[in-house]
Design a protein around this ligand. Structure first.
Ligand code: GRG
Length: 301
């Protein structure tokens, strides 16, 4: 599909609406017991996030000619894992934040115990979806691989491990390689999962194409975080929907704090160019992924 900027924007809108509808189907109803827990889960997931990760699942599926119905489950699962990670990240024991997606954080709106449980239950729900969704692949082996990827990349060797490195790094001096390792795990692993889950939804993908997509995903996973660090310095709380300057206030190492703002912008652009290069074996069917890479480094929230 030939893509230009307006079409890209309308596809992003479609994907956001599509995943919101799927999330609504998977989330427990707000009036079913335990009501408070279910309301907290819905509050966190349905809050107005960018839906970057589901968009990436749909975009990869679209580039590979996969029916989007087959990846609704994967798109929902990654957003649900992301929502759980945000709830737990905001807790007093971690970043102790009051604002998320322009609203009070889950533990502020409900209470700490409910927020912990909502995160736990969301993590379980994501794996339920991947193992259960009848619309996904009929191939049991592929489904098992999806469970494996999601668990590996969200666990201690992926996102949760990155969070542990992050917490240990507060107030410390990291070099750029150590900072990258942290972000490759904390942010990059789940972004990589999005592309992998979509790629696993087809058995027609060559090893070479699979690897090219994975390289692309690794590069944009890091560029997303570089831009996040830049925005923490340059944006404002209302635009971000979370507390601006929170990283520097907590004395967290970031790309701008280590290499400066100018070099951070160059780094983001370099990662973007490398991501485009990784897609060079694809034709215009992958243009949507090229636009996503550009979006990641140009976004303002
Ligand atoms: C608690 C296991 C555990 C992990 C937490 C994702 C994470 C790991 C912490 C969130 C804090 C943070 C700033 C992480 C970097 C990743 C990131 C930029 C998250 C925000 O993602 P967006 O911008 O948020 O996609 P929305 O709200 O738009 O979905």
């Amino acid at each position: 599909m030939k893509i230009d900027a307006p079409l890209f924007e309308s596809l992003v809108d479609d994907y956001q609406q599509r995943v919101d509808a799927a999330l609504e189907r998977w989330l427990p109803p707000p009036d079913v017991n335990p009501i408070c827990l279910h309301q907290a889960m819905r509050y966190a997931v349905l809050a107005p996030g960018k839906r970057v990760r589901p968009i990436l699942v749909y975009a990869t599926a679209s580039a590979l000619g996969i029916d989007l119905k087959r990846v609704d489950g994967a798109a929902s699962a990654v957003e649900i894992i992301h929502a759980y990670s945000l709830i737990h990240d905001d807790l007093p024991a971690m970043d102790d934040d009051d604002l998320r997606r322009g609203r009070p954080t889950c533990h502020r709106k409900f209470d700490e115990a409910t927020a912990i449980l909502a995160g736990d239950a969301l993590q379980a729900l994501a794996f339920y979806i991947i193992s259960h969704d009848p619309q996904m692949t009929p191939d049991a082996e592929a489904r098992l691989q999806m469970v494996e990827k999601l668990s590996l990349f969200s666990g201690s060797r992926g996102m949760a491990g990155g969070q542990a490195i992050d917490l240990a790094a507060v107030g410390k001096t990291l070099n750029i390689a150590e900072l990258e390792t942290m972000h490759i795990h904390k942010t990059g692993a789940l972004i990589r999962t999005c592309v992998q889950l979509a790629a696993l939804s087809t058995n027609k993908l060559s090893q070479q194409r699979h690897q090219a997509l994975d390289s692309y995903a690794k590069l944009i996973g890091l560029s997303f975080q570089v831009q996040d660090d830049i925005l923490d310095v340059t944006s404002d709380t209302v635009t971000l929907g979370k507390t601006q300057g929170a990283d520097s206030a907590r004395n967290k190492p970031t790309f701008p704090s280590i290499i400066g703002l100018h070099a951070s912008r160059e780094k983001a652009q370099e990662l973007h160019q490398n991501a485009l290069q990784a897609l060079s074996i694809f034709g215009e069917e992958a243009d949507i992924l090229r636009y996503i890479s550009a979006w990641f480094v140009e976004r303002s929230n």
